[in-house]
Design a protein. Structure first.
Length: 131
């Protein structure tokens, strides 16, 4: 419910990204990988929340929601209760097309770069203050 039909699946080392027409859904594989053990529920829950929080802060127009799901009768169902698992809902964004004027592309790149630098500076100061 509320999920677009899937047109393509991208399989990465640690996740699968399901692409619809305007939305994408990222699900982390259940495996022990270089970032930690994604089979472990506590680690998995924290990793999803941290990953979404960071990405949403950097690109709120792309990273929309961290969704919680329960497994029932062979299906995943969205829930507000304690989750069995999670997925991240994202917008698919086409930044430019072949006919986009170069001054617009440069504006987009400059705006994104400024936001990235600002967020990295803020994140670094937060991390350094925790020492």
């Amino acid at each position: 419910e509320g999920i677009e039909p899937i047109l393509e699946v991208i399989d990465t080392q640690i996740s699968k990204v399901f692409l619809g027409k305007t939305k994408a859904y990222k699900v982390y594989k259940r495996s022990a990988v270089f970032i930690g053990n994604l089979n472990d529920y506590k680690f998995r829950k924290k990793f999803y929340k941290d990953d979404f929080s960071w990405n949403n802060r950097m690109s709120p127009h792309v990273y929309l929601y961290l969704k919680s799901v329960r497994y029932k009768d062979g299906k995943f169902i969205l829930t507000e209760e304690e989750a069995d698992d999670y997925f991240i809902e994202m917008n698919i964004v086409q930044i430019a097309s072949d006919d986009t004027p170069s001054h617009e592309i440069n504006y987009i790149k400059g705006h994104s770069r400024a936001r990235l630098v600002r967020n990295l500076q803020e994140a670094t100061s937060v991390l350094l203050s925790r020492k």
